[in-house]
Design a protein around this ligand. Structure first.
Ligand code: BQF
Length: 289
């Protein structure tokens, strides 16, 4: 079993980005600028945006957090987005999800200028991804592909089961892996809550991408010997022995599945850090235009 070390791979990517920023500085150019917009007080969201801003600082990007009240109206948020779209000092920005229920997330994502949409969630960018056109790839799917590539794992002709059909992870990942390009060409099944005979499907999978948000959902009995496991789950489970009162666990029962796997990502330290690194990469690409 080989551990897919997302933390180390993300550090390599961030180091390369940092070197690019230093190069820009020696050329007397401005540095990339990423803005994070957060609405409300969701504690997980707040920790995610903080780690994104911190990662920006680490590579030498400009970055700031715009933190709006939980009762911010859709109109006010749309107004901010208009400003960010026309602000030439902003290369890219993200609107942290989930948004409060009184705001229509689809309407917000549609308002983001596609060239500044470093999350890659705008329908135009999603459409380009689907059509195998050059575009901004959502950070988590991009991180998954980059991790697979870093370890030289073959995807061509492999049976992949993606568990979970979210717009942010499952669906774009299933599309990417099915495209006719390097680290694509897989035979992909997108499984979800209505899938029948999931156990049989998983047992036939060469690669499993777990993104359903259920702690320890995938067990050893569900996977074949030699399987590649990419665990996207970031689930908080109560743990009185931790300072915070919880610990992070994946969608895969790591301890029992790992001995059967050829490669497996840990949680934490797997796909999560890759997501942050690829957001920075997307910001650098948006800067370069
Ligand atoms: C790690 C996210 C669900 C819903 C909205 C590193 C992150 C997480 C874990 C992180 C996530 C999950 C993010 C680790 C960003 C990934 O060491 O394992 C980093 O910050 N993530 C998000 O912005 O929105 C989410 C999960």
């Amino acid at each position: 079993m080989i551990l897919l070390d997302g933390k180390a791979t993300a550090l390599q990517i961030k180091t390369e980005i940092k070197e690019s920023v230093e190069q820009l500085k020696t050329e007397g150019k401005r540095v990339p600028n990423l803005i994070a917009v957060l609405v409300g007080e969701n504690t997980a969201s707040l920790s995610y945006v903080k780690s994104k801003v911190k990662a920006c600082n680490m590579v030498g990007f400009d970055s700031s957090l715009i933190h709006l009240d939980a009762d911010t109206t859709e109109a006010v948020l749309l107004d901010l987005i208009k400003q960010l779209n026309t602000d030439s000092t902003v290369d890219g920005y993200i609107v942290q999800l989930p948004l409060p229920k009184h705001i229509d997330a689809n309407k917000i994502l549609l308002a983001v200028a596609p060239e500044k949409d470093v999350d890659g969630f705008h329908p135009v960018n999603m459409g380009k991804l689907t059509l195998n056109l050059e575009t901004i790839i959502p950070a988590t799917p991009y991180g998954i592909i980059t991790l697979i590539k870093a370890y030289g794992i073959e995807t061509k002709g492999k049976r992949v089961v993606v568990l979970g059909r979210s717009n942010i992870v499952g669906r774009p990942t299933s599309i990417l892996l099915s495209l006719n390009k390097p680290y694509g060409n897989a035979t992909v099944t997108l499984a979800h809550s209505k899938t029948k005979n999931l156990d049989k499907l998983l047992l036939e999978a060469d690669i499993i991408i777990a993104a359903i948000g259920k702690p320890h959902f995938v067990t050893a009995a569900m996977v074949k010997e030699g399987v590649v496991i990419i665990d996207v789950g970031i689930n908080r489970v109560e743990d009185a022995s931790r300072k915070r009162g919880y610990r992070l666990v994946g969608d895969v029962a790591f301890d029992t599945v790992a001995p059967k796997a050829s490669y497996i990502t840990p949680v934490p330290g797997g796909v999560g850090p890759m997501t942050i690194a690829m957001l920075l990469k997307n910001t650098l690409l948006a800067y370069k235009g």
